[in-house]
Design a protein around this ligand. Structure first.
Ligand code: PLP
Length: 412
């Protein structure tokens, strides 16, 4: 079984060809992208060691993103379920309402250093697009967002925000008209415009360098959490479980990174994918259902596919999790058994949303509601000294129409 090395960031534990565990990730890119990807790699290698760049990043994380986000105990939910203590890292309190702000901010800072005036990105739930439009506005870049036509319809509040920030939304009508098609179309656009334009991939997916930049950026979440947990408990508890939804995998990777070196018996990582509607065969859970390795968006990964190797359509109530593949980092975490992956159905996520909002003052979007569904399942069986922490990585306002149509009303 492959092993995670201690003392080296997981984002850097790939071989010289960009593969984690010798088989996940890599750079499956057209010849024309070789130079822009190499240039970006060289620039990022330099910037991440540059004290001034780190200072700038930390300045904007603190004074613009609003770090650190709260770490709170969900006392009513804990009492209601019995068993483990349930805590939440309320990342939805970050500027814009979700974790996508970290990656977007870093990409805009890099684009500025690269002398680019234009930036493009993909989005599913609309948060990656909203955050990129916010950061582009802040740093003076012209911004284009690729988004599936189905997602434009179901995530209207985030589309309104992108427009307000001056970004152009490019609707994608191909395929399932969701995130997978938006990423493909965005990459196609970048191939033709890479001389003037920087590309921000919205999750820990894509060619190796995009996985690294995104993972490096969202790791801010666990940097904060580790400090907050130590301040609250005096040390890292003996039994800590970190639960996070997994789409492309950027929030979960960022939530876990600082805890990677702990034994999994002490700090367990639980990733929750989108199981789709209860009575449907379609899902967006390649890790849970043992999908085979394939190539998607420039990287090798476990991906939902047909017998012939064609990428299969997914279905999920949550636009942000509705993606057939998953980060090579998570494929590696699965193979090394460092993380455990499971899924929640649409109905379970909705029920979790209902329970959490009825008992607590937070209002998680449908993506983190999948992680809450899992904590609701496991907490009653766990001891009182077990600390379960859920990354509440997005705010529900973007899902108000879906929630209203499914539950009769939108309750925050
Ligand atoms: C709030 C929220 N959570 C989770 C996700 C899933 O993406 P990732 O797994 O990269 O965090 C998204 C994607 O759009 C999102 O908007």
């Amino acid at each position: 079984m492959p092993k995670i090395k201690k003392g080296k960031l997981l984002i850097d534990q790939h071989d010289k060809n960009g593969f984690w565990g010798g088989k996940f990730g890599g750079n499956f890119i057209p010849e024309t992208l070789k130079k822009p990807v190499d240039d970006l790699e060289i620039l990022f290698r330099k910037l991440r060691k540059d004290k001034n760049f780190i200072k700038e990043r930390d300045y904007y994380f603190k004074n613009w993103v609003g770090s650190p986000t709260p770490f709170i105990k969900l006392e009513n939910l804990s009492e209601h379920l019995g068993g483990a203590q349930i805590w939440a890292k309320v990342v939805s309190e970050a500027n814009g309402g979700a974790h996508k702000i970290y990656n977007a901010t870093v990409h805009c800072l890099i684009a500025k250093k690269a002398g680019k005036k234009y930036i493009v990105g993909d989005t599913g739930a609309g948060y990656a697009g909203k955050m990129l439009s916010m950061a582009a506005k802040k740093f003076g870049l012209k911004c284009k967002i690729f988004m599936g036509a189905k997602d434009i319809k179901r995530q209207k509040p985030n589309c309104d925000a992108m427009k307000k920030n001056g970004a152009q939304i490019v609707p994608v009508y191909t395929g399932s008209q969701t995130l997978v098609d938006a990423v493909s179309e965005c990459m196609r656009y970048w191939v033709a415009n890479c001389d003037t334009t920087h590309m921000c991939v919205g999750s820990t997916v894509g060619p190796n360098i995009f996985v690294k930049i995104c993972g490096w950026s969202t790791s801010q979440i666990s940097r904060e959490l580790s400090i907050q947990i130590k301040a609250k408990f005096g040390k890292i508890p003996k039994k800590l479980k970190l639960l996070n939804c997994v789409g492309g995998g950027s929030s979960s990777f960022g939530f876990w990174n600082e805890f990677m070196h702990y034994d999994k018996k002490q700090v367990e990582f639980i990733g929750v994918e989108a199981g789709g509607p209860k009575n449907s065969k379609k899902h967006a859970a390649p890790l849970t259902y043992g999908s085979k390795i394939g190539i998607l968006h420039g990287a090798a990964q476990y991906v939902n596919q047909s017998k012939e190797g064609q990428i299969e359509e997914t279905e999920s109530i949550s636009a942000g999790l509705d993606y057939p593949g998953v980060s090579p980092l998570h494929c590696y975490l699965k193979d090394t058994k460092r993380a455990r992956y499971t899924s929640a159905t649409d109905e379970e996520a909705l029920n979790a949303y209902k329970l959490v909002t009825s008992l607590e003052s937070i209002s998680p979007s449908l993506e983190p509601s999948h992680a809450f569904a899992e904590v609701i399942k496991i907490a009653p069986r766990l001891s009182k000294d077990t600390v379960c922490c859920v990354n509440s990585c997005g705010d529900s306002y973007k899902d108000k129409d879906i929630i209203k149509s499914r539950l009769g009303k939108y309750i925050r």
